[in-house]
Design a protein around this ligand. Structure first.
Ligand SMILES: [Zn+2]
Length: 257
């Protein structure tokens, strides 16, 4: 895990070498903080927890944007915290651990995998879609693209959208092919995320970007979906990595006309 980088006041992002996975820490004025998607290897999760402790921040809970193995990881220094998410995930810990252990990219990292956390228990609400916690106002945006359910968090005062596995500069849109309408779900989610009118986007994999970059990614993702449905070739270079090329081929097979 690389160092924490402050992408907006009080919003810090650490990035793993594995899948360029991001972990985000949202810090309130009193030092209480929310830890979003801690990842990926055991040393990285421990390092993130140590960095939080070194800064004197007090974690209140761990948020999981969605229940894929790389977004529900845990560590001994985080295990006492509540796990928050919007809705039940449906995938049990053994299945998630098996998916983690079968992952080639993680194996290449050569470090111990982080354990899978206990299932999330929902989240406390100040009002519908707004997190109740001691820190700043955080809106929860729930949709069904990529996984069901999937959430993004909007840190309202600084306009930071912590997007989970959406709006990446390094990954093509990865659809939830178990859905009845994976492309429709994805388009609806892009509309929802656009409506948040964020000034900074933090994808679950890739680099943070500003408002122009957010607009560029929304357009690129919509163009990818149109090409996918039309069976047209795409020149989206985010499908270049072998695993992304395989996902692209599977998506064309599933939803192409
Ligand atoms: Zn995912």
């Amino acid at each position: 895990m690389r160092d924490l980088v402050e992408v907006a006041p009080g919003v810090h992002v650490a990035t793993s070498a594995v899948y360029t996975t991001t972990s985000t820490v949202v810090v309130g004025a009193d030092g209480s903080c929310l830890v979003i998607d801690p990842a990926v290897t055991a040393p990285e999760v421990d390092g993130l927890a140590a960095a939080i402790a070194d800064r004197g921040w007090a974690p209140v809970a761990v948020w999981s944007t969605h229940a894929h193995w790389d977004h529900v990881l845990d560590g001994p220094r985080l295990a006492h915290l509540p796990r928050w998410a919007d809705g039940a995930t449906g995938t049990d810990r053994e299945t998630l651990a098996a998916e983690r252990d079968a992952d080639g990219e993680l194996a290449r990292a050569g470090e111990a995998p982080a354990p899978i956390a206990a299932p999330a228990t929902g989240y406390p609400r100040r009002s519908p879609g707004v997190l109740a916690w001691p820190g700043r106002t955080v809106h929860v945006l729930t949709h069904s693209a990529h996984a069901h359910p999937h959430t993004a968090l909007l840190v309202a005062d600084v306009g930071v959208l912590v997007a989970g596995d959406m709006l990446s500069d390094v990954e093509i849109p990865l659809l939830d092919l178990s859905s009845d309408d994976p492309v429709g779900d994805y388009r609806a989610a892009l509309d929802l995320l656009e409506s948040a009118d964020a000034r900074v986007v933090v994808p679950g994999h890739g680099r943070a970007g500003g408002a122009d970059e957010l607009r560029r990614r929304l357009a690129a993702d919509r163009a990818y979906l149109w090409a996918l449905e039309d069976g047209a070739e795409t020149d989206d270079d985010r499908r270049a990595l072998p695993w992304a090329a395989a996902a692209h081929a599977a998506q064309r097979e599933a939803v192409g006309r």
